[in-house]
Design a protein around this ligand. Structure first.
Ligand SMILES: CC(=O)SCCNC(=O)CCNC(=O)[C@H](O)C(C)(C)COP(=O)(O)OP(=O)(O)OC[C@H]1O[C@@H](n2cnc3c(N)ncnc32)[C@H](O)[C@@H]1OP(=O)(O)O
Ligand SMILES: O=C([O-])CC(=O)C(=O)O
Length: 449
């Protein structure tokens, strides 16, 4: 038998050579790498009425950084959060309604929508046994993507892209995502980590946040505060404009007129990446790595030295990234990270985890200077939504492998809203250009190579 690894080791160098495009060619052909303009702003390729990310203003063609603001359908997210708090109610379901239907519901519409979300909080007959328990995965995002694709087989009308049908699929997915993630997690805990198996029945009359905590806890118990904080997390993760990688993926895939499950599974795959939603797990693993390798992590000098090693690709995962820091759009601040920092501070005081919290504060402060000094990068200034979210989940005793799935549970209404907008207002297959810069070759007979 031929040794595959040996073959790959021999071939590796040619693959690297044959896939390297010289950076100066990008300048020559003025390509928009990463769909970005020279100044780092995104190339304007579409219009949306769903999410708006406000991060800078342009004055005489110059980008002037601003404190970040986030709007859903024109409503500032911080105001929505304040409203739900004042009215002492959960907000995620209302945010899902707002994103999908485009306006805030009145009391009776919200009641009906909550009832529908509760009723559809169930998986088709046989799904849990055949899809979740018989085919577990060590990675819950992988399990989620496969579960979404499997929904196709349980849908009597999967390919119809009439809006009424896509709305039905969107609502069903919003209801089902938390169950698919919770069961995927329970299967992983049992089959991979040797823990007891808990398949709790979803609760129709609970909020999304409460039901999720109910389903992942062996004893179904959670406190009001835990549910309130999880609800806040779901609200602030629900949407981030048309250009964020997973929403844009949804637009790209939806623009082919394919089915909802194909588009949403692709979005899940995009969100899983460590430069996108997967960063929340990477942050936590990075913190563990720092605590293991920095003797006294309250010592600024020692911490700085280690962060320099991370940026120089000598430590942690050798990617050179300080996870949770930087953002493709936000400049001075990410409003969600500001909110989560407040929550993390409150919780850390309550749980006696201030020492750990200070490590986060120190990294947030040190990272921009280190990037400037080591890499000459001067415009990475903010912690992003993934920086404090894992720490908050950790204090809520939510298992780490569920951090990115929770992001997906929150973002499903945002993705569905973008899919609907693409179907209603897009209508053109998304197809940018790649210039081929390879030299032309003539065929050489096999025995002459
Ligand atoms: C939900 C979300 O998706 S939020 C983002 C979650 N991701 C992370 O936290 C991962 C760490 N951060 C990053 O990788 C980046 O900041 C991103 C992916 C979020 C944004 O990247 P970009 O849009 O390329 O940011 P920007 O244009 O400001 O980056 C400039 C340079 O700084 C580098 N940089 C940005 N952030 C970091 C960081 N945290 N650590 C090290 N280098 C960084 C970029 O890689 C880029 O380098 P390059 O020119 O060699 O490609
Ligand atoms: O907008 C982006 O590039 C990343 C994203 O989805 C977010 O920050 O929530």
């Amino acid at each position: 038998m031929v040794d595959l690894q040996k073959f790959i080791d021999e071939q590796y160098s040619i693959v690297e050579i044959n896939n390297t495009i010289a950076p100066e060619l990008h300048r020559r052909y003025n390509t928009k790498r990463g769909l970005r303009n020279e100044d780092g702003t995104g190339v304007l390729i579409g219009l949306t009425e769903i999410g708006e990310v406000h991060a800078y203003i342009m004055v005489d063609g110059e980008k002037i950084p601003q404190q970040g603001k986030l709007f859903y359908r024109g409503y500032e997210v911080s105001e929505l959060v304040k409203g739900y708090k004042q009215e002492k109610r959960f907000g995620f379901e209302e945010v899902a309604y707002l994103l999908i239907f485009g306006e805030l519901p009145n009391e009776s519409k919200l009641k009906t929508f909550n009832e529908i979300l509760g009723q559809y909080r169930t998986l088709p007959h046989g799904f849990t046994e055949d899809m979740i328990l018989k085919a577990p995965s060590s990675d819950i995002m992988n399990k989620l993507a496969r579960s979404v694709l499997t929904c196709y087989s349980y849908d009597n009308n999967p390919d119809d892209i009439e809006i009424t049908n896509v709305l039905r699929q969107s609502i069903e997915l919003t209801s089902r995502f938390p169950i698919m993630a919770a069961y995927g997690y329970q299967a992983k805990a049992h089959f991979y980590d040797n823990k007891s198996l808990y398949i709790h029945l979803p609760q129709e009359h609970l909020s999304t946040a409460e039901n999720f905590l109910y389903m992942i806890r062996p004893d179904n118990q959670y406190t009001e505060l835990e549910a309130e904080i999880l609800d806040l997390n779901l609200i602030i993760h629900a949407e981030h404009g048309g250009g964020n990688n997973s929403a844009f993926t949804t637009h790209v895939v939806s623009s082919t007129d394919t089915d909802t499950y194909s588009a949403i599974a692709a979005a899940v795959g995009a969100l899983k990446g460590p430069k996108h939603g997967g960063a929340n797990i990477k942050v936590m693993n990075m913190m563990d790595d720092i605590k293991r390798n920095v003797k006294d992590w309250s010592n600024g000098r020692l911490l700085e030295d280690y962060l320099v090693k991370i940026v120089k690709k000598e430590a942690y995962d050798k990617s050179g990234l300080i996870y949770g820091i930087g953002h493709a759009v936000y400049t001075l601040s990410d409003p969600r990270s500001v909110l989560l920092k407040e929550k993390a501070t409150e919780l850390a005081k309550e749980k006696g985890m201030e020492e750990e919290l200070n490590l986060y504060f120190d990294i947030e402060k040190l990272a921009p200077n280190i990037l400037a000094e080591v890499r000459g990068i001067t415009d990475v200034r903010t912690a992003n939504v993934d920086f404090y979210s894992g720490f908050v989940y950790d204090m809520l005793n939510i298992p780490r492998e569920l951090y990115t799935p929770l992001f997906a549970i929150a973002r499903i209404p945002g993705w569905c809203a973008h899919r609907i907008e693409e179907i209603v207002s897009g209508g053109k297959i998304i197809r940018p250009a790649y210039k081929n810069v390879a030299a032309k070759q003539r065929y050489i007979p096999l025995n002459e190579r």
